[in-house]
Design a protein around this ligand. Sequence first.
Ligand code: NAI
Length: 701
Amino acid sequence: MSADYEVRGDVAVITLNNPPVNGLGYATRKGVTDGLERANADPKVKSIVITGAGRAFSGGADIREFGTPKALQEPNLLSVIAAAENSAKPVVAALHTIAMGGGLELPLGCHYRIVAPGTKVALPEVKLGLIPGAGGTQRLPRALGVEPALNMMVSGEPVPAELLAQVPGQKLFDKVAQSAETLLDEALALAREKADVRPLPKVRDLPAKHPLGDAYFQFARNTVGAMAKNFPAPLKCVDAVEAATKKKFDDGIAYEREHFINLMWTPECRALRHVFAAERAASKIADVPEDTPKREIKSVAVIGAGTMGGGITMNFLNAGIPVKVLETKQEALDRGLATIRKNYEAQVGKGKLKQDKYEQRMALLSTTLNYDDIKYADLVIEAVFEEMGVKEAVFKKLDEVMKPGAILASNTSTLDLNKIASFTKRPQDVVGLHFFSPANVMKLLEVVRGAKTGKDVLATVMALAKTIKKTAVVSGVTDGFIGNRMIEQYSRQAGFLLEEGATPEQVDKAIEKFGFAMGPFRMGDLAGNDIGWAIRKRRYVEKPGMKYSKTADKLCELGRFGQKTGAGWYDYKPGKRDAIPSELVNQMIEDHRKALGITPRKISEQEIVERLVYSLVNEAARILEEGIASKASDIDMVYLTGYGFPLWRGGPMQYADTVGLFNVAESMKRYAKNPLDDTQFWQPAPLLQKLVAEGKTFNNV
Ligand code: NAI
């Protein structure tokens, strides 16, 4: 049983007991209905308390049951709530710590609610592309008021119970307990006080009204529609809450159910549920068991105080971990420190960081020019110039000075981690930590697993990633790791599209309409077109047979590196970031086409999007096949958290699954016939062909 039952004098206490957060799985639901039945049948019992054991009242549905028949097995959540509401004896819900989703809908079906201070309350279903499905949309507006209830549903964010208890006229909480410790005693007292009060109060009997009526819902639709573009669930919350104000309670419940089920089948909901699972899956490594011993990381050293070193440092300071930054020259340290200060001061200026917190963080930061000062650090992260010779010198020195057991990490974005590890006599301690720029902002962290990286090192850095609030994805050693290896193909396609007839603006617009935060050319201008130029120059030597459009090189030869030089693929007004289509660039592209003898053609938006997105997919399939990524969902996490792929599409692999892998492969074969493109590249990757032949999806990989 995942719910306990005991009788204390004349009150029955049902305690949800399904660690870690008392998810409302089958056994717990059954435990509650059995407990209610038993209490109602026992003449000694006058009233009932429902509470939660351990770290939560309840976090809602049990995610372990998602997608399994158990999730729907009777008693389902609606039946449990009905059993509480229809109990002949009063039922008091005693909430503490967390009451979310079904964990709030169940109390709303109880007759009374008492809450411990500090409890976080939420209806977070929109985060999975859903609306609350167990009466939340009908009962919360009645208990709390239409507007605050809708705000909670649309944001999905947790709200402190004390705040809700202050909402004028609210009936959500009958009482705020003195403390979590006294909650149960106070709940028992409330249960005894109400034992003989009849009729039993039910939230369903309360009215749901907004003083502005239709005008309010019109306003809500406008605001929510603008905020939640591409996500249908938030607008459906508005509809359902409006139904609560207009329909009879049971009709409102039926309306909620119908829309809940409809939403379940939308691509957006499937994508969000996929992302929810993908995020959890990314932190698990098949051959590194969860109980792998971890090393303790209490202090960090960062080598190099440049663009990346500074941002990396901030992550650890934010998490309360002291950092010592090492550089070759005092000026470089001063510059790096000044940038960190400037970043924090900007946050203080915007009211996002309190002055004392800023000072606390800066107090954790120290600098040095001497390796002796960092030798006791538990983790050292190298972020020096991207040159093997420089990395070699640094890692040889680290091997010499660092204490045994220290983790030696490199932030290299392109170099061979195994080679870097070979500069030391402890390759098991070496790992790649590939942060993305700006490192203090971007969520993604590619954890690069070298051939000899120790399992305890991997387990440690995966846990550390959580501490510094990053989404960590493991990548094997390959040029560009997962993300940049794929983006290179995407950039090549963008170049071919220009040669064949598109303008930078057309390409950017098409892919931005698809949902990318920024198209490839605006992105290039932001990041600096010289970065790609340097990589291509290396490629021309390493892979002379690889086909590239030369338009980007011509752009760089003109010194148009992007925003930092005031001009790139687009023109920029001084000090402004708005991309203005450039006549000069368009002319340059046209001249280039002429020189190649290419007659430009009109390229459809669909072709632009397919070639950009499917190039990611095909390269990703190869990455999967080579074992560089261990699951397709990891690749989705890389693209969602590091490359601005639209969340509602769930990542490139999930998107390909949605389109259908057969269709994706057929399009690739069509593009393979285009002589101006890289025909070899467009041969569908063997893994993709295999999945098509077996009628499977990437989700099966
Ligand atoms: P940067 O040029 O801004 O900073 C490098 C810093 O390292 C400079 O301050 C330099 O004085 C210092 N340095 C050089 N040699 C040193 C040595 N022997 N000992 C101590 N300090 C030394 O470079 P950035 O952009 O920060 O890149 C650093 C590393 O991060 C590179 O490996 C790069 O590939 C990688 N990376 C860069 C990204 C970016 O967007 N800039 C993204 C992800 C990784």
